[in-house]
Design a protein around this ligand. Structure first.
Ligand code: PMP
Length: 426
C-alpha cells in the first residue's frame, strides 16, 4: 500500500469521507485521493515522492504557482510582527485600495474568510438594501454552500426552488429562483413575472463550476438591464473569474458593471480569504455604518492580507495576464490537437487563465445540459491516465482547470506528451 492510501485510511476514521471538502475525495472519478507534501512552481510532490504537474492549483488561487517566493516572503515578514489582532491594520487599507483600483465596479470592499462567506454576505446585503427576499441564480453555477444557494430549479413554478441538500429548509429554498445559464429570454420572463420581488441576481460571469463556460453575448447585458429596470442588485460572483478572466475580472473583460462583486481564491494568495464590495450606497448599509449585520473574528487577517497583497501586486505588473493567458492557450490548443489526432471527440473552452476540457462531439459548449451530456466515463479514464503519468487534473469532469505563471513551455510540452499517450489509449 502506498502512503496516500495509508493516510486515506487513517483520514476516514476521523474526518467524514477522509476529506475537508467533498470534491477532494475522488468520488466522481474513483480511486484513492493523492496526499501531497510539497508544491514547487507548477509541480506537486505527493507523500510517496511522485511529482505531478498541477492544473488544479488549489482550485484556482495559485496564479503564481506553488510556493512563490514573493508570497512566502510576505508571509514571513508579517509573521515576525503578529499573527492576528482583531483590530484594524494598515494592511487592510492597502488591500482595499488595491481591490478598488483593480475591480472596475468597486467603490468599497469588505474582507471575509472564504468565497462562501462573500456570497452569503453579499446576498444578505442585497436583501437588506432592497427590502426584498427573492434571489435569482443559475443552474450549474456554484456560489458556496450557504443555505439559500444550495437550491435547484423546482418543477414548473418559477417561485418554488428545491433544496439540493438535506438541512436546507424548503421554506428557505423557495426564495431562490434557478434559471438556465446563458438564457437571456428566461431572465426576461422571470423579471416580467416577479421583477418587483427580486432582491438580487447572482451569477458567475464566467461559469467555472460546470467546467468552464463563457457568457454568451447579450447574457450579462440582459442581467444588467433587467436589474436596472426592476431595482434589483446585480451580484457578480467572481470568486473564480476574478483576476483570471482578466486582471479586473469578467466585468473588465466584458465591460459590464455589477452592483456588488464577490471575490475569493486568488485574492488571498493561497490563504483563506474572500471579499465582497461594490457600490458605495449599497455598502453603506453594512454594519457598523448601516443596519445589515456582517462580521468576522479573523476577517482581514494580517498574514492573509500580506499574502493576498503580494499576489495582487505581482499579477498587476504589465504583461502578466498576457503571459499566463498565452500559456493557457498553448495548453488548450495542444490538447485539442492531441485529441483530434487520436480521433477522440473533444472540445475546449478558455477564458483568460481558466479553461475547460469536454469529452463531447459538440463544437461549442455553452449550456449546462451540454456539459451534463459529456462522456464522464471517458473523462475518468483520461483523468487516471494523466494522473499515472504525473499530471494532476481536477478530480471531476465539472471543474474548470487553471493555469499559473510557473507553467512554462517545457511544462506544457510535458503535459501534451502525457495527453497524446493518454488519448491514444482511450
Ligand atoms: N463562488 C464560486 C464561483 C466558487 O467557485 C466557489 C468555490 N469553488 C465559491 C463561491 C465558494 O468559495 P469557498 O469554497 O472559498 O467557500
Amino acid at each position: 500500500m502506498n502512503q496516500s492510501s495509508a493516510l486515506f485510511e487513517q483520514a476516514q476514521v476521523v474526518i467524514p469521507g477522509g476529506v475537508n471538502s467533498p470534491v477532494r475525495a475522488f468520488k466522481s472519478v474513483g480511486g484513492t485521493p493523492v496526499f501531497f507534501s510539497h508544491g514547487e512552481g507548477a509541480r506537486l510532490i505527493d507523500v510517496d515522492g511522485k511529482h505531478y504537474i498541477d492544473y488544479v492549483l488549489s482550485f484556482g488561487p495559485l496564479l503564481l504557482g506553488h510556493s512563490a517566493p514573493v508570497i512566502l516572503d510576505a508571509i514571513r515578514e508579517q509573521l515576525d510582527r503578529a499573527v492576528t489582532f482583531g483590530a484594524p491594520t494598515e494592511l487592510e487599507i492597502r488591500m482595499a485600495q488595491k481591490l478598488v483600483e483593480l475591480v472596475p465596479s468597486m467603490d468599497q470592499v469588505r474582507m471575509v474568510n472564504s468565497g462562501t462567506e462573500a456570497t452569503m454576505s453579499a446576498i444578505r446585503l442585497a436583501r437588506g438594501y432592497t427590502g426584498r427576499d427573492k434571489v435569482v441564480k443559475f443552474e450549474g453555477n456554484y456560489h458556496g454552500h450557504s443555505d439559500g444557494l444550495l437550491v435547484k430549479a423546482g418543477s414548473g413554478a418559477l417561485t418554488l426552488g428545491e433544496p439540493t441538500s438535506p438541512g436546507v429548509p424548503a421554506d428557505f429554498a423557495r426564495h431562490t429562483i434557478t434559471l438556465p445559464y446563458n438564457d437571456a429570454a428566461a431572465v426576461r420572463a422571470c423579471f416580467d413575472e416577479l421583477g418587483d420581488d427580486i432582491a438580487t441576481v447572482i451569477v458567475e460571469p464566467v461559469a467555472g463550476n460546470m467546467n468552464c463556460i463563457p457568457p454568451e453575448p447579450g447574457f450579462l447585458e440582459t442581467l444588467r438591464e433587467q436589474c436596472d429596470q426592476h431595482g434589483s442588485v446585480l451580484i457578480f460572483d467572481e470568486v473564480m473569474s476574478g483576476f483570471r478572466a482578466a486582471l479586473g475580472g469578467a466585468q473588465a473583460r466584458y465591460g459590464i458593471k455589477p452592483d456588488l462583486t464577490c471575490l475569493g481564491k486568488v485574492v488571498g494568495g493561497g490563504l483563506p480569504v474572500g471579499a465582497f464590495g461594490g457600490r458605495r450606497d449599497i455598502m453603506a448599509q453594512l454594519s457598523p455604518l448601516g443596519p445589515v449585520y456582517q462580521a468576522g473574528t479573523l476577517s482581514g487577517n494580517p498574514i492573509a492580507m500580506a499574502a493576498g497583497l503580494a499576489m495582487l501586486n505581482e499579477i498587476s505588473k504589465p504583461g502578466f495576464q498576457d503571459r499566463i493567458n498565452t500559456q493557457a492557450e498553448k495548453l488548450v490548443n495542444g490538447m485539442q490537437k492531441a485529441a483530434d489526432e487520436a480521433g477522440v471527440p473533444f472540445t475546449t473552452n478558455q477564458v483568460g487563465s481558466m479553461f475547460g476540457f469536454f469529452f463531447s462531439s459538440d463544437q461549442k459548449i455553452s449550456r449546462y445540459e451540454q456539459v451534463m451530456q459529456c462522456d464522464v466515463e471517458r473523462f475518468k479514464r483520461f483523468f487516471h491516465g494523466m494522473l499515472e503519468q504525473g499530471v494532476y487534473l481536477a478530480p471531476s469532469a465539472f471543474e474548470a482547470g487553471f493555469m499559473s505563471v510557473a507553467h512554462d513551455d517545457a511544462v506544457i510540452e510535458e503535459t501534451l506528451h502525457a495527453a497524446r499517450k493518454t488519448f491514444s489509449r482511450l
